[in-house]
Design a protein around this ligand. Sequence first.
Ligand SMILES: [Zn+2]
Length: 642
Amino acid sequence: MASISCAFLALGHVQAQSKSVYNYTEAFNPIFYTNNGNAYRSASGKPGHAYWQNAADYNIKVQLDDKSNQVSGRVSIKYTNNSPDELGYIWLQLDQNLFHEQSRGQATIPLEDSRYGSADSDFEGGFNLSNVTLGGKQATYEIIDTRMRVELPTPLAAAGGTVSLDLDFSFTVPEYGADRTGILSTKNGKVYAIAQWYPRVCVYDDILGWNTEPYTGPGEFYLEYGDYSIEITAPANHIVVAGGELLNPEEVWTSEQLSRYKKALESDKTVSIRSAAEVTAANSRPKKNSLTWKYKLHNAHDFAWASSAAFIIDGAKINKPSGKTALALSAYPVESNGNNAWERSTEYTKASIEYYSKKWMEYPYPVAVNVAANVGGMEYPALSFCGYEAKAGSLWGVTDHEFGHNWFPMIVGSNERLHAWMDEGFNSFINELSTRDFNKGEYQRTFGNRNSMTRAFSQPNLEPIMSSPQNMKERNIGTLAYYKPAYGLRLLRDEIIGAERFDRAFRSYVAAWAYKHPTPDDFFRTIENETGENLAWFWRGWFKYNWTLDQAIRSVDYEKLDPKNGAIITIENLQKLAMPVVIEATTESGKKIRKKLPVEIWQRNTSWRFKLKSTEKLTKVVIDPDNVYPDVNPENNVWPKN
Ligand SMILES: [Zn+2]
């Protein structure tokens, strides 16, 4: 999801600290992990030799009624229990139930504006379910808010047992669905952005058993991998795009559009499949009442789609490192077209996917579809919704961000509902590198120093990064799930570990956990094992606790009072967070001397004296000359004092 809340809003004054509150036994306590490695999750951070996860394959046939805004149909779920446990029941997520006025999520919307809805809403959305069967027989079930528990009359066998669950479902699409689904009205018709739209099996894992955290708005989703076979019937004047391979293009495009569609599959330049002028032309859609669009998607943990009579469509080929290709496709109304806006969406989508494929892991899906919607920015496998009014740098930024999510959490399937930083933070981190690369830095922006957000990150009332998104103030989500973890990874990469070593470790994490379910510990352990560094102090201070950094210069003297003998510098660590120290001294003749001290100086000291080899008087000494560390009080980083 795209971050909207501004990290700079919550600025207060951070008190300068002169007496140290640093506690080195706490900061470097060797016990960080609360669990040892086991057969399921290795201490090395990789999946263990007995790692397992369950699977859910979906076969769905639905209809969209554009008069009543209803989606209705039937889902068949084949669920496979690979766990070592027999299961007596299955839990499903019913995310549409958030949009009922009686839901828990609706009850927690504050009177002030919220991204997830309005406290005044009396929309009675949610699922209507019927004809629920297990292996063809009537099933017993119970619905609790956004969850559904289905009883299994005979337990589902461990290690490979399967069951098929079928049910009819329908719901009215909310106009504004927590900024993840909705209906945009345009002059040529409604744009339906359809997501979190069918009953989905909860993850059963070795961490919590059933992951039944309700959908209340902030937490996105956590689902099992499987194969999707989806048929969507919509009015024939609609175009239905989806995050999957279109199986029947010859049935749903006009012959002209079909030939352009085929051309797009082969073209590095964007090919128009349905132009702005053609949107209102009667012959731009087949002459029928309705059409069924057939899609499939292999090995993914969700599926989303969009439908509209108002779509302009264009596409281009995505080149993958292996030589395989995929199709970048954009769908947007005329309102989004022109003046460096959505007519460049396909170019952005292609560039983003190609960059991440080269840098981290090859893109696995057959398509990457960008849809202009009344959703600010939300990701699903192979399909993103981005704000229809976005243009220029903001459209690049949101497109690059939402497609970056294909790596976190689509390929690397972490639990978004509990650990938003593992997808939003990691994705924001890779977005910085991608934006620097795109079109020679066309949209690269630098906002002052690297550490200019330190004050926002150091607010004492900020929750820790490792809080669930439900467990933090809505205004802090942008800082805690996106900017602060991304900044932490840049710090680790660029200052502490080194870009090459860090990127290799990060790639190992992606490879080890592709199509699996990593936890925070699995990530921390992977980076430590791959780089050979004990980073407990970093994870603890930056991710687990909201600790701040204040390094200071206490004094600069000359050995035996003679500059020829070199300088003795004393530095202090005043706050609870420890970091390496970079010192730059300027000599009388203008020479600059740099010294980097590893974080280990703080393992048993709150202040540290060291010698700087020089033969002249020093005119200036500074800590962190590049302004890259999150020092909350940079005034005491300089000698002599200003
Ligand atoms: Zn996001």
